[in-house]
Design a protein around this ligand. Sequence first.
Ligand code: ATP
Length: 453
Amino acid sequence: MTELAQPVTMDKIVSLCRRRGFVFPSSEIYGGLGSTYDYGHYGVLMKNNIRSLWFQAMVQERDDIVALDSAVILNPRVWEASGHVAEFTDPLVDCRTCKLRFRADKLEDAQCGRKPSKHPGEFKECDLTEARQFNLMFETHVGALKDESSLAYLRPETAQGIFINFKNVLQIARRKPPFGIAQVGKSFRNEITPGNFLFRVREFELMEMEFFVPPGEAEQWYGYWIDQRFGWYLKYGVREGNLRKREHTAEERSHYSSGTTDIEFLYPIGWSELEGVANRGDYDLTQHTRHSGTKLEYVGEGGERYTPYVIEPAVSIERIFVALLVDAYHEEVVAERERTVLRLHPAVAPVKAAILPLISKNDEMVNRARALHEDLRQGQIVEYDDGGAIGRRYRRQDEIGTPFAFTVDEQTLEDDTVTVRDRDSLAQERLPIGGVRAWLDDALERPWQAPKI
Ligand code: ATP
């Protein structure tokens, strides 16, 4: 097996996603809607896996974090209190010549509308306006009237839904700091320059956890959550060389933050933010206490009271999705044939195993394979495939990252064994057909490391 030393480009990822039905450009039959995507079957399965592995680490395996699912459209006063109405802005510049818009703080990443490729401002004809602040929140109206009184926003983050429920959770879930509230949900930002596939989109699924701690413990928990989240990516097979931590400078930090560290991934566009871990201090609870008149604080049994500090790890499923695909994508030559393979961690892979009759016209093989499929699907997402030559079916499964394939062949009909093929090593072994389900469950539990190639 020889790895082809070509760089993984975003184009290759986009093309594989489309070819294999992970992700489609949205509204395509109407000409699309810039940087908006729909997820196909494998994309949905992979997103479900990312979401549930995050939930497993953040809620299921812990005693100190509970779940929440708050509304997308909240009382607009929430966003005044949080500072989003005044401060959730990006600086925007227009070019009077080419009529394009750019983020003033990202001009070095932007392309001028003219050719050859240059950054905005670099042609002598470029005529950029002064930067002005553009609010990223999508506006909507609640109810039949469309005026100032009905103005509301689609949430740009899920965190505020957590803060406004702080008192409910404290009282009803009987928690005391340190404890956390985790939430996953669609969030919306009217980005000025979306792009780079799913990396920057206007509608995405955020996974956020607000961890409430005594103020004196904030620094320690901040460090703890940076390490926990970094370790989570390693656990799911992301290569360490593709990950790094980067602390924000004071100028970069958001209005609420007293410390932020990004976990960055080496995307095809260069090192970029995958996940952010922020120390939000007592900013949010204090703001909501002030604006709502409801005291959001912790009162201990001995009567001591304080406003907890908040440590927040926040990441979108989309950025993880792209990072995992980039990390897993390989082109290699096997027996003089090229193959593209997604070496995804089995827990992330959309389909865990394929069940293939060697000869699709052989009824006995088909029946045995279908029965095996029926059995395995009770426990795992698996796929039956009898379409086309076996080599083509293997390659299709390699491209969607299926870690195992079970093939029913002539020998199966004689001795009740099947072949199992390993996606990464291409090793094949025979197993008794009755033991396949237990074998698969066991194989999926085994620790997995990206093969060093
Ligand atoms: P950026 O500087 O890239 O605009 P940000 O610092 O505004 O991002 P945060 O507010 O920290 O982003 O958002 C938390 C997380 O949400 C990010 O780490 C990223 O995983 C994700 N995210 C933010 N904006 C987008 C987007 N437009 N598309 C996809 N994911 C996003």
